[in-house]
Design a protein around this ligand. Structure first.
Ligand SMILES: Cc1ncc(COP(=O)(O)O)c(C=O)c1O
Length: 433
């Protein structure tokens, strides 16, 4: 090209959760049945939609209005409904204008970063859900700035690390939290969220909390929404229905904006998010119209409780199978539907392998596994080639620890338990090489 048309952040667009699929598919084509443990899609893992939720969606579909455009910010009635839900918690009071719909939270996250001034940085967790870390890195043109979440401390954020980074790097303009967390499954208790908000208040920052899993909480943890701790600090909560209805194909997520009026620069930025939505006309109307009908139904709480119980029992199942394995550590999740295995320092090396399922796969592995490949990626590739299980290496989550993430989503009890056992055995075999 006459001019370089590639954005400086183009190399940062990395989504290991999906990029590993190409390798898995190739291995599958060579004769290995693959169990896909890479993606957080409950439907793909066999969850059936509650008939009453389907009926609500059908009612909306039968309403011709749901086939049309809606307001750029989203369906007015739904935004009013959601703002009331926030206000009922008693924190900062918002109205429909403070709710902004997107085509899934992935779309919202991209807009959050693309509309932000390049020099303004958001400090995010490590490990991190890749859409955030890649989005922030791509927007700034630099590596994503992260704070540590410590597996030895139940994956909680290291508050001192946050404070130091904020204090000594004045480009940091906001702190991103993901609670309940993907990939670790930790739910931040109220006092931790409060401490992060206090840092934001002290240094004049905004807080973003990704709450897409906020209604999938178990093992004694409690849902704490950002609105319950944000006080007077500018903040944005990210919400969606992909995980909790669950309806990932709806491509429907929204922002709840707090304390817009307390900072004119924050207010201008939020306006730019809404303006950018206007250029696109609007997000998908139909799922937005379903939200009040489902959230407002008395059966919804029971539905959430049933799912939380299901993940609680699966988290115990996975923990019981994996925690005795030497050379790794696991933390029992309290929210979302993932579990992360961390390899202890120095247990991985470039000589380790697992027997490939057949000669063709062995040949492919020789092509694929090159010196310098992240050691947890090597493990993940060998795991696919040998056991036919596809997990996501932790190094793909902007993390310096080696490990991997798998899901608690499989609905078939036998398949799920057998997968957890395969993981435990593969780790033992790999580490004993
Ligand atoms: C933490 C987190 N945020 C956002 C998303 C994106 O969700 P959506 O389906 O609404 O785009 C995901 C999806 O896995 C996620 O795990």
């Amino acid at each position: 090209m006459r001019r370089n048309i590639v954005h400086p952040g183009a190399d940062s667009l990395n989504y290991e959760i999906r990029s590993i699929v190409a390798i898995g598919r190739r291995i599958e084509s060579l004769g290995v049945d693959m169990t896909w443990e890479n993606i957080g899609d409950p439907i793909a893992k066999g969850e059936k939609i509650e008939p009453w939720i389907k009926e609500k969606a059908l009612e909306v579909m039968n309403d011709d209005d749901s086939w049309g455009y809606c307001d750029s910010k989203g369906v007015q009635d739904t935004r009013e409904f959601l703002s009331k839900c926030v206000n009922d918690r008693g924190g900062p009071q918002i109205n429909a204008e403070d709710i902004l719909f997107f085509n899934g939270l992935g779309d919202a996250i991209s807009k959050i970063f693309s509309e932000m001034r390049r020099e303004a940085r958001i400090l995010g967790p490590s490990p991190a859900y890749s859409t955030h870390s890649s989005g922030e890195a791509a927007h700034s043109g630099y590596e994503h700035l992260t704070y540590k979440c410590d597996p030895k401390n139940g994956w909680l954020p290291d508050i001192e690390d946050i404070r130091n980074k904020v204090k000594y790097n004045d480009t940091i303009t906001g702190i991103l939290l993901i609670s309940p967390n993907n990939p670790t499954g930790v739910v931040y208790p109220k006092h931790i969220l409060q401490q992060v908000v206090d840092i934001a208040r002290e240094y004049d920052l905004m807080i973003i909390n990704d709450e897409i899993y906020s209604h999938i909480v178990y093992n004694g943890a409690e849902t704490v929404h950002l609105s319950e701790v944000i006080g007077d600090v500018p903040g944005i909560a990210l919400r969606g229905i992909s995980k909790e209805f669950p309806w990932p194909g709806s491509r429907c997520g929204w922002l709840e904006v707090f304390n817009r009026g307390n900072d004119s620069n924050f207010d201008r930025y939020v306006k730019s998010l809404a303006d950018s939505k206007m250029l696109e006309v609007c997000s998908t109307s139909m799922p937005q119209m379903v939200i009040p009908k489902v959230y407002g139904d008395s059966r919804y709480i029971g539905h959430l409780q049933k799912r939380a119980k299901m993940y609680e029992s699966r988290s115990k199942e996975a923990y019981d199978i994996l925690s005795p394995v030497k050379g790794i550590s696991v933390v029992q999740p309290e929210g979302a539907f993932y579990m992360t295995v961390v390899f202890e320092p120095d247990v991985l090396n470039e000589r380790q392998s697992l027997p490939a399922a057949n000669q063709a796969v062995r040949n492919y592995m020789e092509e694929l596994i090159k010196p310098g490949l992240a050691l947890d990626q090597r493990f993940a590739y060998h795991l696919m080639a040998s056991q036919g299980v596809c997990v996501v290496p932790l190094s793909g989550f902007c993390c310096s620890e080696f490990g991997f993430r798998f899901t608690l989503l499989e609905m078939d009890d036998e398949v799920r338990i057998s997968t957890f056992k395969k993981l435990a055995q593969a780790i033992k075999d790999f580490l004993s090489c």
